[in-house]
Write a protein that binds this ligand. Structure first.
Ligand code: 4AD
Ligand code: MG
Length: 430
């Protein structure tokens, strides 16, 4: 019977068939130790000449890394095996040969691996990351779906900017129109929230970020909830709930993967709501007290974000950023219009901003004024302005970058490992 390695515990003592690939091999005279992987896990198959006969034993001797193989055998518990089980092989079929697989157990440079990303993802570590990513995405969907949110995705071809005109990717849209790849589904989310009350979109977003940092991709996945009749506080509470739900779910269901990644999970277990909440003004004071050369009005760089999250030893929700450094759609604070009703959630351990959002400007005249100040073409925003013409209400939401969260949870050095095929300033292959 064909079984998956992740289910092997249920089949101890009964003959099974594994369908997978050879991840590695060791031999000692009359025994081969085959590391078999099938996508669901890794297991060692122990093959003795006595059990399989000369011919199969010789075939196994010549197998090279990543050959596709079917292994017949009987699983047994083995406390020394990483998975707790091994399989005693009784048969072997070679389905697809593999010669000179380029990614060997030795160390390879990052560029070498990135050029072979389509093969690199077969490694145990990369598989673990992709499984955590899957769990994060599933937990996000579950969080919103179980709270009355309706998924309504925005378009990817858009006529205008959402997050500033400097990071737009233009696309020729038939003969005489330029479209832009979406930077955020937020503006459409706002329309959807006026229709559905609580809504979210979840898809790829694009930023022509010329910065070559560990935290920037040009294509990344973002989940964006938007809620009608919500204020800044409601937005922060929703964000805290989402982050703690996602962390809890991964800790609960992906222990094995986090172990492969050698992640110190005690730091993740300590993440509980409510998060530390500080204003931008207070953050500036904290940074200055730590001797950082930060002045009111600027945007935080990653050393600033790291210093803040270290100071609070956990995620921090920073509110009230200067209106000048935020997008046009933020509501200004009552009595202090130079400050916006915005919030960024900064992850601990130096992972920086994972969430950006806030309360939207619901007043038509002020919004028109902001669009002008930002030199945005009003015609392209007429539909968005309609939301302020027909039953405008206070509302808000946020965007959470999936790769930033995966990177933090997995403890990665760079976002490029948090997505199957990263797109960056100098990389669109494979
Ligand atoms: O802070 P941002 O730019 O906010 C927005 O786009 C809002 N319109 C969202 C909303 O309110 N609906 O982006 C939100 C999040 C960031 O906190 C970060 O996690 C992620 O998206 N992000 C990136 N991730 C990877 N690479 C990039 N270049 C990213 N830019 C933003
Ligand atoms: Mg932001």
């Amino acid at each position: 019977m064909h079984v998956y390695i992740e289910d092997i515990a249920k089949h101890v003592g009964t003959p099974v068939t594994l369908k997978g690939w050879l991840a590695g091999k060791r031999s000692s005279g009359k025994i081969h130790f085959l590391q078999v992987r099938d996508g669901s896990g890794f297991i060692q198959a122990v093959m003795s000449k006595a059990a399989v006969g000369d011919e199969i034993f010789a075939t196994a001797d010549h197998l090279s890394q990543e050959s596709a193989i079917i292994v017949h055998g009987t699983p047994r518990a083995d406390s020394r095996a990483p998975s707790g089980f091994e399989i005693e092989a009784t048969g072997l079929e070679v389905v697809g040969a593999s010669h000179d697989f380029p990614i060997t157990p030795k160390e390879h440079g990052v560029d070498f691996l990135m050029d072979r990303r389509h093969l690199w993802i077969r490694s145990q570590r990369q598989q673990a990351i992709l499984r955590v990513r899957h769990e994060v995405i599933d937990a996000v969907r579950d969080y919103f779906n179980s709270r009355g949110f309706i998924l309504a995705d925005g378009p990817i071809f858009t006529p205008s900017a959402c997050e500033g005109t400097t990071t737009l990717f233009p696309v020729q849209y038939f003969d005489d129109t330029t479209a832009y790849l979406t930077q955020s589904g937020q503006l459409y989310n706002e329309a959807n929230a006026m229709a559905l009350g609580r809504t979210y979109c979840f898809g790829p977003t694009f930023r022509a970020e010329k910065s070559k940092t560990r935290r920037h991709l040009t294509e990344f996945w973002m989940v964006e909830p938007e809620v009608a009749y919500a204020d800044l506080n409601d937005v922060i509470t929703l964000a805290e709930g989402l982050v703690t739900h996602v962390i809890g779910r991964v800790l609960d269901r992906r222990e094995r993967e986090l172990k492969v990644l050698e992640r110190d999970t005690s730091k993740l277990s300590r993440v509980t709501a409510p998060f530390a909440r500080i204003t931008y003004d207070e953050a500036v004071t904290v940074l200055k007290s730590k001797g950082l050369p930060f002045e009111w009005g600027g945007d935080f760089g990653s050393p600033d974000e790291t210093a803040l999250s270290e100071h609070f030893d956990g995620p921090v929700a920073v509110t009230g950023y200067p209106s000048k450094i935020k997008a046009f759609y933020f509501k200004p604070m009552d009595g202090r219009p130079e400050v916006s009703m915005s919030v960024d959630v900064l992850a601990p351990e130096g992972y920086g901003e994972i969430i950006g959002g806030g309360q939207r400007l619901e007043n038509l005249d002020l919004l028109l004024q902001r669009i002008k100040e930002h030199n945005l073409p009003q015609e392209a925003f007429e539909w968005y302005l309609d939301l302020r013409r027909f039953g405008s209400v206070p509302h808000g939401g946020f965007g959470m970058g999936i790769e930033r969260v995966v990177s933090w949870i997995c403890g990665l050095d760079h976002l490029r490992e948090a997505i199957p095929y990263p797109r960056m300033l100098y990389r669109i292959y494979p």
